[in-house]
Design a protein around this ligand. Structure first.
Ligand SMILES: [Zn+2]
Length: 498
């Protein structure tokens, strides 16, 4: 047994809206007791001062992509569809070191910004491998961060998935994108099964899940194959659904019903299922999710950056959808700052209508970014709250930072004032990962050199993929907005629509 006691801090209870003076007793990786200041602790307990600190539960990122971290800042005016077009340029030709490096950069950014666990939809070309997943798992383990790693897979390319797009391409480009064709779905499913069967990591630290990337990028047999794996291994299932209007229109064209209605028909919606984004869900879709105990990972930064729109989180909560919050990958957000995601989640709710009583509260946003996201990761009851029995994943904010001068309301300020600059220390599973604003677990200088070398090597290796993107941009960039101009009725502002 190793005991730690955190003394002299203000401990945040998000649900109650309070930050009371209390000491936190930790045994190994788990919180044992929240006691009065000066409460008894075993004589051998390591004491950590939390004086002038607000102690909040580590934020949980419900949706990100570790491969995106080497692609930050590479684009600007990208729709989701242009981002998908740019994928071979932004993420092509990755070797083992790139896979590990990209995940590690993201993990470090997240822990420095108060996030202690994430759901990583990880892409590996052409199929996910045990080795690739192992590189990502070791990147998180070395930093000391908790993670869910879900191979992101499909059996159809973007060009095979969007109605009319392949026909809109000139023949030479059609041949080029044909080379991006994916292996047969059975091979990909077998590879995921192999990785999950041989999972050797502590599931309390790094868990697997399955991520069929976008419903219409998958045949029905492939989606149900993914759902079968998730069921057989008792892990999460996570898919980008109703993210852009192009997706929503495509769903109707391909399925004759919404993507969510189709997924419900396939029987894959349940408590383990998470919709990423859900910007274009209608109220029936939300009920389909809520009635089955499913979740939405809300990524407001990405939704604005890619021009997808603003998700109606109030309507989701009214229909008992479990709400989590994420950053999305760095190639489309472009940072991994959960404080910013929290703040944007609050703000995008508030611009959607004049009925202020329907706006998301800071308490609801903060609960979503902790307990709600924890449920998406399959860590509910283990992380997302400071309480006995929960893992000791704690962030210590410096109350002498201007973000907190003065402290008027801890939850309002966590969501609306904090930007990561007041993060002083971060503990994950009882282990200090960040102390006095420095990461303790990995050497940042080495990482800097690796990142510079990877950038130069990948820029050269992907020069041809960049030229392909530049050739495709005018076609995809006019065809897809054409689809998005189709009328598509979504019930917004539920109280008025019903
Ligand atoms: Zn995503």
């Amino acid at each position: 047994m190793a005991y730690t006691v955190l003394r002299g801090g203000l401990v945040l209870d998000i649900a109650a809206g309070t930050a009371a003076a209390a000491d936190v007793l930790i045994e190994d990786d788990t919180i044992r007791e929240i006691g009065a200041p000066g409460c008894a602790a075993p004589a051998e307990a390591r004491e950590i001062s939390a004086a002038r600190r607000l102690v909040h539960p580590g934020l949980v990122n419900a949706h990100t992509h570790s491969h995106g971290n080497l692609g930050k800042g590479m684009g600007d005016r990208w729709t989701l569809e242009l981002l998908l077009t740019a994928a071979p340029w932004v993420g092509g030709n990755r070797g083992a070191d790139d896979i590990h490096l990209s995940a590690q950069i993201g993990a470090i950014e997240m822990v420095l910004k108060g996030c202690t666990a994430c759901f990583d939809l990880f892409f590996e070309w052409p199929v996910p491998s045990r080795e690739g997943i192992g590189l990502v798992a070791s990147a998180y383990a070395e930093v000391g961060m908790r993670a869910v790693i879900a191979p992101m897979v499909s059996d159809r390319t973007f060009y095979e998935s969007i109605p009319g797009l392949a026909d809109a391409l000139p023949p030479a480009l059609r041949d080029r994108v044909a080379a991006l064709r994916l292996p047969p779905g059975e091979a990909t499913l077998a590879s995921i099964r192999d990785a999950l069967h041989h999972w050797s990591y502590d599931r309390d630290r790094v868990r697997p899940a399955v991520a069929p990337t976008i419903p219409h990028h998958c045949t029905d047999a492939f989606i149900t194959g993914c759902a079968d794996i998730a069921r057989d291994f008792d892990v999460g299932l996570h898919s980008h659904v109703a993210e852009s209007k192009v997706q929503a229109v495509t769903g109707i064209r391909v399925y004759g019903e919404t993507q969510t209605a189709h997924l419900a028909r396939l029987g894959v919606i349940g408590p383990h299922f998470t919709v990423a984004h859900g910007v274009w869900l209608d109220h029936d879709d939300m009920s389909r999710l809520g009635d089955h105990g499913a979740s939405v990972a809300h990524n407001p930064g990405s939704n604005m950056r890619l021009g997808c729109g603003l998700a109606d989180t109030r309507a989701m909560l009214e229909r008992q959808v479990n709400l989590g919050i994420g950053t999305d990958g760095a190639s489309c957000s472009d940072n991994q700052n959960m404080y910013e995601a929290l703040r944007l989640a609050s703000f995008v709710s508030k611009v959607q209508g004049p009925e202020w009583q329907r706006w998301l509260t800071t308490r609801e946003a903060a609960l979503a970014a902790t307990e709600g996201s924890a449920r998406i990761l399959g860590f509910d009851g283990l992380i997302g709250r400071i309480a006995p029995g929960y893992k000791a994943d704690l962030v210590l904010l410096d109350l002498d930072h201007p973000n907190w001068l003065p402290m008027n309301d801890p939850v309002n300020q966590l969501v609306h004032c904090e930007d990561g600059n007041a993060v002083h220390s971060v503990m994950i599973g009882g282990r200090m990962v960040v102390e006095n604003r420095r990461v303790l677990t990995v050497d940042l200088e080495k990482l800097r050199d690796r990142a510079a070398a990877a950038r130069d090597r990948l820029a050269a290796a992907n020069a041809d993929n960049k030229r392909l993107y530049q050739a495709l941009e005018p076609v995809v960039g006019s065809h897809c907005p054409g689809l998005a101009r189709m009328p598509y009725h979504v019930h917004r502002y539920g109280a008025l629509a019903e």
